[in-house]
Design a protein around this ligand. Structure first.
Ligand code: PMP
Length: 438
């Protein structure tokens, strides 16, 4: 019996006992190529610079509450992020993970409009089949029906427009560009329906991760979204908790779309698993309204700006930027895509291969022609996760929930240090896992 909630038995899962670059090692010495783990470990599991930074910071000072003191790593990390951040983002609020970042973004948007004398702005619009975290505010923004179902009566009322999910939802005969414009225009229709003076923010993932499996928007979609937000004075919150920090081939995923948000949420790759940390970046216009208004963001957690977490993240961001690792993620991602195409391009149960950089999705279907998903009761994704673990591969399979048409899919998010040989290993282990299940 395991006392760790929510595990039931110790034997259910291997015990993580070590890490070596792209590999996790269990207590029996078995090695697993880590291409999943929720897109966290972008530098692999034994990065010496990050380990040293954590060790040194613990020895120097582990914790000082930000209500009383700041710390060198927190200041340096904020400076470095701002140096590379898109658009006018120039303030950083540190938190401990993704849900805290999106939750803080929602509250910051609300307080901003109070400060500038628009208290009637209270609505957040987000998208169907999205995920923004599991705390109640973040879950309210998420549009995944299955994740929301149990908590529906407790959620904040937010509305959801269509995802930009070309493979499953673009009608035949419509161009990708027109499809993107059409689904982006749903935002305008929703703003008008709610009343523009009542809408405070639109929240979206530039590349949808957990709920759809590495689905980027089509060309032009986010440019149109940005225009609509500007037209109606609505803040654009981009959630790059999963797709940010270099994973798509750019340090920030929205760089690819050529848009900059008013508020940007990051986590996962920021700490690369060495420490739990997330951040919310915002413009000086938003921060300034609070600074010059009530003077205080009405929010906070005990561990914001934690010295050890920020020291780890500082070392991570230095590794990413000084080593040009986002570009490497782009290059290795193209190789991975080609290898996946060669292995699964004709597979009868592979409907779509997509993604950006080292953030790739494999959509599984019962029928390629009709794009019909597998019956969720078959538990295909769960079976593949198990088969892959047995092969020594960690990938991130997601069960289909039949929100819209999304079915089972496999998310692949290898570390940016992955090499050619390991890409071969990943694809052949995945092939064997598919053969065992499909
Ligand atoms: N937003 C996105 C896009 C995510 O993928 C996740 C986590 N999968 C979250 C928010 C929540 O992050 P956390 O689990 O760290 O709270």
């Amino acid at each position: 019996m395991s006392h760790v909630f929510p595990r039931h038995t110790k034997s259910e899962l291997p015990v993580a006992a070590g890490g070596d670059g792209a590999y996790l090692i269990d207590a029996d010495g078995k090695r697993y190529l880590d291409c999943g783990d929720a897109a966290v470990s972008c530098l692999g599991h034994s990065n010496p610079a990050v380990i040293r930074a954590v060790q040194q910071q613990v020895e120097q000072i582990a914790f000082a509450h930000t209500g009383f003191m700041t710390s060198e790593p927190a200041e340096a990390l904020a400076d470095l992020l701002i140096q590379h951040a898109p658009g006018d983002l120039d303030r950083v609020y540190f938190v401990s993970g993704g849900s805290e970042a999106t939750e803080a973004a929602i509250k910051l948007a609300r307080q901003y409009f109070l400060e500038i004398g628009q208290p009637e702005r209270r609505h957040v619009i987000a998208r169907k089949q999205s995920y923004h975290g599991n705390t109640l505010g973040a879950l309210s923004a998420g549009g995944n029906a299955w994740r929301r179902a149990q908590f529906a009566p407790m959620l904040i009322e937010m509305t959801h427009i269509s995802a930009c999910y070309e493979y499953a939802e673009k009608p035949e005969g419509e161009s990708s560009f027109d499809y993107g414009q059409r689904v982006a225009n749903e935002l305008e229709a929703e703003i008008l329906r709610l009343g523009p003076e009542t809408v405070m923010a639109f929240m979206a993932e530039p590349v949808v991760g957990a709920t759809l499996g590495a689905v980027p928007a089509v060309e032009g979609y986010f440019k149109r979204i940005r225009e609509i937000c500007d037209q109606y004075g609505v803040l654009l919150i981009l959630d790059e908790v999963m797709c940010g920090m270099g994973r798509t081939g750019h340090l920030f995923a929205c760089d690819h779309d050529g848009v900059a948000p008013d508020i940007l949420c990051i986590a996962k790759g920021l700490g690369a698993g060495y420490q739990p940390i997330g951040a919310m970046l915002c413009t000086d216009e938003i921060y300034g309204a609070i600074r010059d208004g009530s003077g205080f963001f009405q929010h906070g957690h005990t561990y914001i700006g934690h010295p050890v977490a920020t020291a780890a993240a500082l070392a991570v961001v230095r590794e990413l930027t000084e080593g040009d690792l986002p570009a490497r993620a782009g290059r290795m991602g193209s190789k991975l895509h080609s290898a996946l195409e060669a292995a699964f391009g004709q597979h009868p149960n592979v409907g779509d291969l997509r993604g950006r950089g080292l953030f790739r999705g494999v959509e599984l279907v019962a029928d390629r022609e009709t794009k019909t998903p597998f019956d969720p009761s078959l538990g295909i994704a769960g079976k593949i996760k198990k088969a892959a673990l047995a092969e020594g591969l960690i990938c991130y399979p997601m069960a289909g929930t039949r929100d819209g048409r999304n079915g089972d899919h496999i998310l692949l998010a290898p570390p940016f240090i992955i090499n050619d040989e390991q890409i071969g290993e990943l694809v052949s282990k995945l092939e064997r896992s598919f053969s065992a299940v499909l």
